[in-house]
Design a protein around this ligand. Structure first.
Ligand SMILES: Nc1ncnc2c1ncn2[C@@H]1O[C@H](COP(=O)(O)OP(=O)(O)OP(=O)(O)O)[C@@H](O)[C@H]1O
Ligand SMILES: [Mg+2]
Length: 344
C-alpha cells in the first residue's frame, strides 16, 4: 500500500471517528441482490466472528419496521451485523390478493435502512429466490388452520417457506418479528422449534399511530373515510380487554360481543373477517379466559375496509401471580425465547 493511500485512509478513519462510529456504519450499507451473494457475505461475517440479526420485511417500510431494526441493533451490539430483507414474497399472496400492486418505494426504504444503521439489505428478486420448478415447501399444520389462515389459505405456507430460506441464507443468531402479526410469530416459533433452527426469536410490540391504529404498509390503501374509522380496531380490542381486566369478565363470548359491538358502532365501513378469543400459544378458540392454568389469551381481529384487510390483537396475560409464574416457567422450558438477549 502506498504511503499516500494509507495516510488518506488514516485521515478518513479520523473523520469517521470524529463523527461517531454510527456514521461509518450508515455510510456502508451493503445491498445484496441474490441468494448466492447473501449467503457468501453471511459466511464472511461468520468467519470473522460476527453475529448477525435478521429483520425480515416486505418493504414499504414504516416506523414499525424501523423500530424492529433498532431492536435488532440493540440485540447484536455495535460490532454485530443487522441484515434487513426486503422481499415481496409471491408465495404468501393468494391469487386474488394485492401482489402486483403492493407498494415498492425502494429509494425511501433504503434511506430508512441507512438511517437506522442496518449493515446490509437483502433485496432478491422472486426469480432468484424460486426456481421455476421448485417443489419443496414448508407447511405448518396446526396454528395455520385458524384466524388469518382460514381466510388466507396457503399464506402461512408461503411465509414459512420464505422465512426458512432467509434463515438458511443469512444464518442469523436472532431474528426480530412484530407482534402485530401475532399468528405469524407463533407459527415461526414452531418453525424454529420443530426444524431446529439455531436462533433466538425476538418479538417486538406493535408500533401505532397516535390514534391507536397499528402501523401497516397496507394502511396506505385506506381512503380518508376508512382511515378515520380504522382506529376502531384498537378501541374494540381495548374495550374487550378492559372488560376482562377491569370487570374480570371470563366469558370469551361476551368479550367477542364487546369487540363486535364497538366495531359496529364506530366503524360502519368495516366488514369483520374475524373477532376471536384464542389461547395465545395454541391459537385455539377459548370459551373462558384467565383460568388458573396461567396461560395467556389473545384477542384478535381482522377487518376489511373495502378490499384492504387490517389486523390487530391484544394479549391478555394472567395477572394472578401464581398463574404468571406458571406461564414464565412454560416459556423458559420452551427452547425459543422472547426477548432473550443473554443468548446472543
Ligand atoms: N406496526 C408494527 N409494529 C411492529 N412490527 C410491525 C408492525 N407492522 C409490521 N410489523 C412487522 O414487520 C415485519 C415485516 O412485516 P411486513 O413487511 O408484512 O409489514 P406490514 O406493515 O405488516 O405490511 P402489510 O400490511 O402489507 O402486511 C413483521 O415482523 C411484522 O410483524
Ligand atoms: Mg405484514
Amino acid at each position: 500500500m502506498s504511503a499516500s493511500i494509507s495516510s488518506a485512509r488514516v485521515r478518513q478513519r479520523r473523520i469517521a471517528a470524529a463523527k461517531g462510529s454510527d456514521h461509518t456504519r450508515r455510510a456502508a450499507v451493503k445491498i445484496l441482490r441474490t441468494p448466492a451473494a447473501m449467503s457468501r457475505q453471511a459466511g464472511r461475517w461468520l468467519r470473522a466472528g460476527k453475529k448477525i440479526v435478521l429483520v425480515p420485511t416486505m418493504g414499504a417500510l414504516h416506523a414499525g419496521h424501523l423500530a424492529l431494526m433498532d431492536r435488532a441493533r440493540r440485540a447484536v451490539g455495535p460490532r454485530g451485523v443487522v441484515v434487513v430483507s426486503i422481499f415481496v414474497n409471491p408465495l404468501q399472496f393468494g391469487p386474488r390478493e394485492d401482489l402486483s400492486r403492493y407498494p415498492r418505494p425502494l429509494a425511501r426504504d433504503l434511506r430508512g435502512c441507512r438511517e437506522h444503521a442496518a449493515d446490509a439489505v437483502f433485496l432478491p428478486s422472486a426469480e432468484t429466490m424460486y426456481a421455476p420448478d421448485r417443489s419443496v415447501q414448508i407447511d405448518e399444520t396446526q396454528l395455520s388452520a385458524t384466524l388469518c389462515g382460514r381466510s388466507r389459505p396457503g399464506h402461512f405456507g408461503g411465509v414459512c417457506t420464505v422465512v426458512a430460506k432467509l434463515f438458511n441464507l443469512v444464518r442469523p443468531t436472532a431474528a426480530v418479528f412484530g407482534m402485530k402479526d401475532f399468528q405469524q410469530l407463533a407459527i415461526i416459533r414452531r418453525l424454529v422449534r420443530d426444524l431446529d433452527f439455531p436462533l433466538t426469536l425476538i418479538a417486538h410490540p406493535t408500533v401505532r399511530e397516535a390514534d391507536g391504529l397499528a402501523l401497516s404498509s397496507r394502511n396506505a390503501y385506506l381512503d380518508p373515510a376508512q382511515r378515520a374509522q380504522a382506529p376502531a380496531l384498537r378501541r374494540a380490542l381495548l374495550a374487550a380487554a378492559t372488560l376482562a381486566r377491569g370487570a374480570s369478565e371470563r366469558n370469551a363470548g361476551t368479550l367477542r360481543q364487546r369487540m363486535l359491538e364497538t366495531l359496529a358502532a364506530e366503524a360502519p365501513l368495516a366488514r369483520v373477517d374475524y373477532a376471536e378469543v384464542v389461547d395465545a400459544e395454541t391459537l385455539q378458540s377459548l370459551e373462558r379466559v384467565g383460568g388458573a392454568d396461567g396461560r395467556a389469551a389473545l384477542l384478535a381481529l381482522a377487518v376489511f375496509f373495502g378490499s384492504t384487510r387490517l389486523i390487530d390483537n391484544e394479549l391478555l396475560t394472567p395477572t394472578d401471580s401464581r398463574a404468571a409464574a406458571t406461564r414464565r416457567a412454560a416459556e423458559n422450558a420452551s427452547r425459543v425465547c422472547y426477548l432473550n438477549e443473554a443468548d446472543l
